[in-house]
Structures are given as structure tokens and as C-alpha cells.
Design a protein. Structure first.
Length: 214
């Protein structure tokens, strides 16, 4: 029953919105940087911050690591919370360089569970950020849960809105095919629905693609 419901949601969202082609980036490293920058802000602001790094030809792990925190914070200022995010980026960059010699291929070669634990040990990286890196940057079959996921699926009675990250993630991973492409597209469609229809306040329920979803 759960599997059927989740499949139905996916089909309805895909029929309405089509492929989302997410995550937009030129490299896995750019996705990982973006996953940290997107914490508590919108994507337009993240793009501005990443473009600042690109203009200065600094979107490389070792180059960013050599920057002073003050300089890095100034470059990523559009993403908000820039001092905090500069610290978090530096923590991740040290992990990336020390553990994997700044090579995405070495990072991707590590077992998913061990890699996830490693990412979660980095100060400032929580489950959503870690899983975004795993799924979108490294093509690991891990379902990403965010505020939109909890809002939408709690409103449709799949779980309570205060469900833990792990419990929400388990629901998807136990009832969907274990496929990177599916997890990628499903999460991107959830974000689209949350932004366009399932708003925190004044949701557009009558126009929602899921209005008849049981």
C-alpha cells in the first residue's frame, strides 16, 4: 500500500512537472560546495555565491582552503550566514583534501555507509547536506529528506511532520526501487511541489497535482 502510494505521487508529479534536471552544476565538487551554501537560503543566492568563486577562478578545493576565512566569507556573502558557512566550507575542504586528496573519484569509491559517517563527522554537515552530496555529487542511492518532504508527506498522512530524518528517509528507501536516478528525480519533484504549491502558509491545495491523492 505504501509502495503504491509513493509510486502514485511520483507519477503525478512527473506528469505535471517533467524532468527537473537537478542538481545544476559543472562538477561534483561544485555540487558539494552548493550543498553547504544552500543551507537556510534559496538557490538563487547560492548561484550568486558560486559565480563569485568562479569569476575569481577559486572553485577548487585547495585554492579555497588557502583563502582566509574573511576572504571566503566575502565571496560567498550572497548565500547568507556567510561567516558560519565559510567555517563549514573550510571544515569540509579539510576533510576532502585530507581524506581523498581532493579527488571526487576517491571519495566516490568509498562505501556509502562509511562515507556518510565521514561526512556527518564534519562540523556543520547534517544528514540532509551529507545525503545531497552522496546522491547528487557522487551518485550514491541515498534518498534526501528536507523540510518540503516532511511538509508534503505529513499533510498526506504518510507520517507526522515532526518525524525524524532517519524514519522519513527509511519510508522512501524501503518502498522505492534503489535507483539513483529515481531518488534524484523524486526529491527534485518534491522540492518543485513545495515551492510552487505546498507552501508553509496558504498552500494552493485546489491547484495541487496531489489534491486527489489518497
Amino acid at each position: 500500500m505504501m509502495k503504491k502510494g509513493l509510486d502514485s505521487v511520483y507519477k503525478k508529479l512527473y506528469a505535471r512537472f517533467g524532468a527537473q534536471n537537478w542538481w545544476p552544476a559543472d562538477s561534483p565538487f561544485e555540487i558539494m560546495v552548493g550543498a553547504i551554501l544552500t543551507q537556510n537560503t534559496n538557490w538563487l543566492n547560492v548561484e550568486k555565491a558560486i559565480n563569485n568563486l568562479k569569476k575569481e577562478k577559486l572553485l577548487e578545493a585547495r585554492k579555497m582552503l588557502k583563502l582566509s576565512n574573511r576572504r571566503l566569507a566575502a565571496l560567498i556573502r550572497p548565500a547568507g550566514y556567510y561567516n558560519i558557512k565559510a567555517d563549514r566550507l573550510k571544515e569540509f575542504l579539510r576533510f576532502f583534501v585530507n581524506e581523498f586528496n581532493a579527488k571526487e573519484s576517491l571519495m566516490s569509491a568509498r562505501h556509502t555507509g562509511a562515507l556518510r559517517q565521514g561526512l556527518l563527522s564534519v562540523k556543520g554537515i547534517g544528514p540532509e547536506t551529507a545525503d545531497s552530496m552522496l546522491l547528487y555529487a557522487l551518485s550514491k542511492p541515498v534518498f534526501v529528506v528536507d523540510a518540503y518532504t516532511k511538509r508534503i508527506f505529513s499533510r498526506h498522512k504518510y507520517f507526522q511532520e515532526d518525524v525524524s530524518y532517519d524514519e522519513a528517509q527509511k519510508m522512501f528507501m524501503q518502498n522505492l526501487k534503489n535507483e539513483v536516478k529515481l531518488f534524484n528525480e523524486y526529491h527534485a519533484l518534491i522540492v518543485r511541489l513545495g515551492k510552487d504549491f505546498c507552501l508553509k502558509r496558504r498552500p494552493k491545495c485546489e491547484q495541487c497535482p496531489l489534491k486527489d491523492q489518497k
